[in-house]
Design a binder for this molecule. Sequence first.
Ligand SMILES: Nc1ncnc2c1ncn2[C@@H]1O[C@H](COP(=O)(O)OP(=O)(O)OP(=O)(O)O)[C@@H](O)[C@H]1O
Ligand SMILES: [Mg+2]
Length: 446
Amino acid sequence: MKVPIYLGRGHALYGRATGNKTRRTLDLKTEEANHMLFLGGSGFGKTTVMRALIESIWSAYLNKGIAPIIFVFERKIDVSKAEKIKEIYYKESQKYSKEMLYKKYGKNTWDYIIKYVELMNKYPHLYGSPGDFAMGMPNILGKYTKWAGNNTILGYFGLSPYAFPVNRFVFRPRRRLNNIKIDNGWKTEVIEAKIKYSSIDFSFIEKLTHVGSGALHGERLRKIWNIEKIRDPDKVLEKALEWDNPEKPSRTYSRIEETMDRLKKDPLFSKDESFFKYVSNKRINVIDFSQNSDLTTEEENLIFKMIVDMAVKSAFKLKIPIFFFVDEIQHFANNPVGLSAINKIYREGRSMGINLIGATQYMAGLNKSLIEGCTHIGIVGKIASPEDLKLLKKMIPGIDEDDIGMEESFSIDEYQKMKQKNKFRGYFAYDKQYVERIAYRHPQSL
Ligand SMILES: Nc1ncnc2c1ncn2[C@@H]1O[C@H](COP(=O)(O)OP(=O)(O)OP(=O)(O)O)[C@@H](O)[C@H]1O
Ligand SMILES: [Mg+2]
């Protein structure tokens, strides 16, 4: 089956008059993989384009009566969005009556904005940090910002603000869950994500506690955990004691005890709770790897891999399409665990309808499989690295190096103008073969 998703407004490079921009869709094939990679310098709108694509895919599949499982790996919060909301609130309230603003933005949305600005002003240390994917909040920025003449940016694409149902998974939360919820919109449910002891591999414990399997206690623990599959700290200790002198436990035992204590005290783990239980195709699943979660890079990669493994297993069972949106994909591509998960999606996704859509600023230095494995490439704004330009030129026929490369600017003013002009615009290379200029559609959510 083909599922057409809305990409934006584009025009062919050759033969057609410039300015003649028409609606562009991309046909996704449900039984195949549709991997994509988005590239572009900082601030040109990669994250924004990814958000728009999530919405396109979510809506297009629902139209066909299929609810896909969507995972979004979020990296950053975007304080500038909160600042812009405040600005819009003040400017619009001076200009229009409340009734008129209800009409323009919708009553629910405007009431939310009033409450949100109030909270940000009263408790600036608690609120004002929406995530890059605050999809539970309608995009009032897109309704406010003018673009292409007299149109608003959303109006230009025939869209209006909308909030999407989101489950946001936070690991070892650094902030109160309710503060995170309010920052990300009323359709967000925030879940403190727990990993069940039974689903952690010994390698996870090894990295968490620096217990190497080279040491005696490490070796013993590995046997109990991975070979005997006893994955409950209390039972592990019982087992370890069997191998020890119960009258006078050895140092090996007390080391194992320390490691198990560490597991028991860590709020990331649980005996019977697993965040997998909350993963759903009724809501968009945002994996919050921003500052809201307190994780090491190693743990992020292990969790990413865990989710991919789980998804591959359930795709096989459930036969529903799965989409991984991975912003700042270099964080995973640069780590052996993360890279193995990416390659697993590339390898096994094709036959199972598991899709990987990634975004990054630079390709040079990343594992080549990342770009070789993707089906389509999107360029958002300008490419910042000359090395990447060369690579793209080699890979995509018909791409114009001068056009996609960063233009030289002779003043900061000129640079900012260039940036503004190219924001949310770029090229889309269908099957890495056919290239078109495109203005990417905007997201309805923030
Ligand atoms: N409708 C809008 N109107 C004006 N600005 C917007 C709108 N939507 C998003 N932005 C802002 O544009 C900026 C750049 O977008 P975005 O974060 O998507 O860039 P990026 O390419 O992902 O950058 P980076 O590589 O640094 O992550 C952001 O600060 C975002 O808040
Ligand atoms: Mg970004």
